[in-house]
Design a protein around this ligand. Sequence first.
Ligand SMILES: O=C(CO)[C@@H](O)[C@H](O)COP(=O)(O)O
Length: 229
Amino acid sequence: MSFDRKIKIAPSILSADFANFGQEIQAIESQGADWVHVDVMDGHFVPNLTFGPQAVKAFRPHVKTVMDVHLMISPVDQYIDAYADAGADVLTAHIEAGPHIHRTLQAIRAAGMKAGVALNPGTPAEAVQHLLDLTDLICVMTVNPGFGGQKFIDMTGKVRQLRSMIGDRPVHIEIDGGVDPKTAPLVAEAGADVLVAGSAVFRGGSVAQPEVYGENIKAIRAAAEGSWT
Ligand SMILES: O=C(CO)[C@@H](O)[C@H](O)COP(=O)(O)O
């Protein structure tokens, strides 16, 4: 997985047809998705439950791009090897999930994955100051985590601050929550390069009508790139 700062659209399969993940993943990738975003929720750190490592392992053979796994679970460390075995390319843990995010990021890299750290809307950019050299991706939550389809919370100031803190390090800034063609330019202009979108990609489409996914992805990308400098 090489580093670049081009805009990448990462559809969240939280908005896909849960009875049909293999075909849904193939459909979004054939329609231009750059990464596939998998939301892991434990019913404890967030008030919703989704996939464990076995489900993620079953997605793996269908993902030809990058499998970007976002852990909304606490604790994290005892599951890192299971998600490595499941085939995650990027594994992101929340700074709020505790207890030792520094150790968690080291363990994710030691297990052979790219290490991501996610920040809830209430967590300031400064919280990652001492993690920048251990991190491949910072996920800025623009909703409180747990559910798809929520309203975008403006975090552009935080994104700008992070981009300046990152300097020339090869660190992605990912935005997660409420990304659509209206909000994508705001975060792209502020310095984000990975845009997670669930409802705005899957809305109106299906595996029988994958071209709708393609139009939705294209609209988000065009909006984001229009403001890219
Ligand atoms: O992690 C989460 C929610 O906790 C996200 O990945 C959402 O699934 C994004 O969904 P939309 O806001 O784009 O519908």
